[in-house]
Structures are given as C-alpha cells and as structure tokens.
Ligand binder design. Structure first.
Ligand SMILES: [Zn+2]
Length: 108
C-alpha cells in the first residue's frame, strides 16, 4: 500500500492568508514544506481520503491523474471548505468513482 499525503493542515492551512504572527511569518519565509494544504490522502492512486478545497492545486502539484480513482472515503464532514456528500457524488459518480456511505465495506 502506498499513501501520498496531499495535505496535512487543518482548515486554516498555515501560513494564514492575512496573519502576521511569528509562526505564519516563519512558514512564509521558509516556504517549501512549511506551505501546507488542507488535509487529504491518496492511497494507491485509487482511493482518495478526505478531499478538500485544495484538491485541484494538490492534483497539479503532485501530478495526480484521476482516471485511476475508484473511491472516495470521507472520515468526517466539516465546515472547512469540504464538499458535502451530495456534491462529491454529483461530481465524481459520473466518472465511475464511488463515494463512501455509512455501512459501506471495502477491501484495500
Ligand atoms: Zn499566524
């Protein structure tokens, strides 16, 4: 199994856009790994976990090709810019991607 961390930040994704605190200033100056995206994970190119608002940028940054994607797992919904279950189904189902629901059982 191979896991790619697409993002490891919480909703605010430091450095925060308008913040001038020491941490955000340090992260901005360091750049690279300190510029973090909202959390999300890709397992074996076919399982996406917790897609968030940075998904498009993450796709470009990591060169992800979505034609291998088969399922989306969502550990929780929140108001940090993540799509709703219905929005995920509407967007991904036409591409043959299953969006997890309560009670779904899969084998990885
Ligand atoms: Zn800050």
């Amino acid at each position: 199994m191979r896991i790619r961390f697409l993002g490891t930040a919480a909703a605010e994704a430091p450095p925060s856009l308008w913040c001038e605190c020491d941490l955000c200033r340090r992260d901005r100056a360091a750049a690279g790994r300190e510029i973090r995206r909202r959390c999300g994970y890709l397992i074996d190119d076919d399982t996406l976990v917790d897609p968030g608002p940075d998904l498009f940028a993450q796709s470009l940054l990591f060169g992800i090709r979505w034609e291998k994607l088969r399922r989306i797992l969502v550990t929780h919904f929140s108001r940090n810019g993540k799509a709703t279950h219905r929005e995920l189904v509407d967007f991904f189902a036409p591409h043959g991607v299953e969006v997890a629901y309560d009670g779904l059982e899969i084998v990885l």
